[in-house]
Design a protein around this ligand. Sequence first.
Ligand SMILES: Nc1nc2c(c(=O)[nH]1)N[C@H]1C(S)=C(S)[C@@H](COP(=O)(O)O)O[C@H]1N2
Ligand SMILES: [Mo]
Length: 538
Amino acid sequence: MTDTRAPAEAPLRLPAGQAIGVVVLAFAAAIGVGHLVAGVVSPLSSPFQAVADAVVRLAPSPLVEFGKSLALPGLPAGRADKVGLLVGVGVVLLGVAVAAGLASRASARPARWALVVLGLVGLAAVFSSPVFALADLVAPLAAMGAGLWSLRWLHERAMADALTGVSESATHPDKIPDSRAVGTAGVTRRGVLVGVGAVGAGVGGYLLGAGADVSGGAGGELVARLRGASRAGAVPVGADFAGLGTPTFLTANADFYRIDTALRLPVTSAADWSMRVHGMVERELVLSYADLLRRPLVERPVTLACVSNEVGGDLISTANFVGVELRPLLLEAGVRPGADQLLSTSQDGWTAGTPTDVLLEPDRGALLALGMNGEPLPLEHGFPVRMVVPGLYGYVSATKWLADLELTTFEDAQAYWLRRGWAKLAPIKTQSRIDRPRSGDSVPAGPLTVAGIAWAQHRGVSGVEVRVDGGPWQPAVLSTEVGRDTWRMWRADLTLPPGPHRIQSRATDATGVPQTEAIASPVPDGATGYPEISVSAR
Ligand SMILES: Nc1nc2c(c(=O)[nH]1)N[C@H]1C(S)=C(S)[C@@H](COP(=O)(O)O)O[C@H]1N2
Ligand SMILES: [Mo]
């Protein structure tokens, strides 16, 4: 008689690699299914996404600033941190899965607990989102269910295979290699099945979220109305020195700098969009996209700038924005005395606080913008509706994917970046940038043309000067002025003796105040200091 019980007495354990594989695949199934269900129900509720979002919300602001300053090759500024964050969350999950796998060689219980705990983290992340809705709980629950189910199936079958392998090898010791192979083949086949399913579900969820038709038919109507808008007029000849290395006066939509906290673009069709103007007002307004289209549309060139822009940086661009004047809307609603802040909220819960008195200035020209350079707003730049306020940094004024306008006070409500240590008031500072030559270039000794940009939105630029090696300031030639809300290009003809040189520039705004030499970092209200390049003349 062969004793078949003997092997069963030693606790059965999966090989470490197999146990890890089983748990990693169960995690992948959870993430994939969560993403797919979120794609159907509510894109922002993908648990993976929600956890990453929550990390951004909860992270101390210096960390967020550090993240924003990262650069990854091939990614535009302000994107590297998002990708880094998603990869970081992925790496942490992988680590947890590997550890849980190692702990789950004999029983699936540790991995089950890990999935339950992570599922709860996902639920908490979704629940704590500023735009939480009950339906958002579906995706994390589905993810947890898919993870637990896959874990149970994969683990049970792997154990069963292992058991068969063990008992067969006990019965027929000569068959060890064969039965082992049979067990592994089964594990591999099921693993591939779950893996492919997980990836398929994840990709499906991504496509569902990304492929949604956002313009909802309004695109065509808007383009037609854009033509009817009171036009900004053609950009005058001589408005830029692009031939000398400055940007073109208008920035193409595809090249426009992009800064936001959105890990995933909020998607709303124009047909579904509507917004309340409420809070400290005499009468609440509710505006649909069609309501906005019925109002007079104006087109206005505006240079947007980000407060995070370093001296010499490129977080600045110009577009012809088309939209509805904001001031008449506020007057219609009737701003109550004391309401010193307009708190704008985006569809993803981001907020900006704009001083009401600035918005009510008769000539400020703040817009609820629907279009940009003759097209409906691109999704990355705020479709269907965003705010544009000439002269203020974006974080206090340029809310994209606008969802709500509330008249309130700065005391009662603190917007997103104010809570993270940035300034309450943030008018754009007078600045200049040297675009050509580039720092580090070697140039021929003798005559040299230097060119760049200058900006002092809503005051206007009245002059730019350059100096070499700390010498006397020499006036630059300015481009044709388009308006005081946009940048202005400049060029200066210098003569450089052979050797290394430092070149600096400074702009003066139309009130006669030159940009300051004092060096300041972007936090809390914008960088200052002279831009400087080093070149060697030969
Ligand atoms: N919803 C939303 N709107 C936002 C932001 C954001 O993070 N979320 N960032 C603001 C900041 S800091 C800037 S500088 C501008 C940039 O606008 P752009 O990406 O269209 O250039 O958008 C503003 N509007
Ligand atoms: Mo910004």
